[in-house]
Design a protein. Structure first.
Length: 303
């Protein structure tokens, strides 16, 4: 199970009625935050989820509306009593940028480890999840992220019996252990069926609609994508600023055949993004014009 909350849906600057885009993912007692613009700690407080268990912060790029909230957010974590290590990952230069920001928060009570992402793609196995960073097309280096929770196959008791595996080892094998007794080795693949469909979330913002996005979002249960512009006539502005229209995002969602798409990162000039929902749904019917603190609990299909 993954708990997902889109903390804010704004782009460029926080507004009285719209916080900046940031994603909060909870799994198995840990939390992941993607992007941290000004005021992210405020929307987290309003959400009511504890921010103390956040173990990983992923930064898409170094524009202020995606990273300048870090000092306040980390101070809030420290004031909540966090002492465990925090990991921050982002484009090459993330450590230098963060340390510059943290001059105003010099005495945090927890250590920070930095992961620098370079190249077209980086896969990270962390917190029991597979996190893939992939480069998109903005006016400076920017990464989107896919978070995946794998699911093992079902335990096959009949197969274990036929293989003559002692009952006392079944539980250990079911949990991925390898067991050896009297010179005989038993492995988990001897008792487990094929892996089942897991859960997948792709978060993508500040980019033109390049093919790599649909590739990495393919089959995602949830695709969170920027829809900077909804009003007709902003196509050239989107190209110039290296952003996306809602309709371009919908085309990507359709190509990737995602379960649902949430639009986010709206231009400050767009007062009512929901006014364009019907038009976007003509391209991709499973579209949600998201609001601040839009939340969903993703479960495996059979649950």
């Amino acid at each position: 199970m993954l708990d997902i909350c889109l903390l804010g849906t704004g782009g460029m600057m926080p507004l009285p009625y719209r916080a900046l885009t940031s994603l909060f993912v909870r799994y198995n007692g840990s939390g992941i935050l993607i992007d941290c613009g000004e005021g992210t700690q405020i929307t987290t407080k309003r959400l009511g989820w504890s921010f103390k268990p956040i173990d990983l912060i992923l930064i898409t790029h170094f524009h202020a509306d995606h990273i300048s909230g870090l000092p306040g957010f980390l101070l809030m974590m420290g004031n909540a009593g966090r002492t465990e290590k925090l990991t921050i990952a982002g484009p090459a230069g993330i450590e230098k940028v963060c340390k510059s920001l943290l001059i105003i928060a010099p005495r945090l009570p927890f250590p920070i480890e930095y992961i620098e992402i370079d190249g077209a793609e980086k896969v990270m196995e962390m917190l029991g999840l597979t996190i893939t960073a992939f480069k998109v097309d903005h006016n400076l280096t920017c990464y989107a992220y896919t978070v995946e929770l794998a699911r093992q196959g079902r335990f096959d008791a009949e197969r274990a019996k036929n293989a003559g595996i002692p009952l006392k080892f079944w539980n250990r094998l079911q949990h991925g252990e390898t067991v050896t007794e009297d010179g005989v080795t038993y492995t988990s693949d001897m008792v487990m069926g094929e892996a089942r469909k897991g859960l997948k979330v792709t978060y993508c913002t500040d980019t033109r609609p390049v093919p790599v996005i649909a590739k990495h979002a393919e089959g995602a249960d949830l695709f969170i994508c920027e829809g900077m512009y909804g009003e007709p006539g902003n196509e050239e502005k989107a190209k110039e600023k290296k952003h996306m229209t809602m309709y371009e995002a919908a085309e990507l969602a359709r190509e990737a055949d995602v379960g649902e798409m949430w639009l986010t990162h709206y231009s400050p000039s767009m007062n009512r993004p929901q006014d364009f929902e019907d038009a976007v749904k003509k391209i991709f019917p499973r579209t949600v014009v998201a609001k601040d603190r839009q939340t969903v609990e993703l479960r495996f299909p059979e649950e």
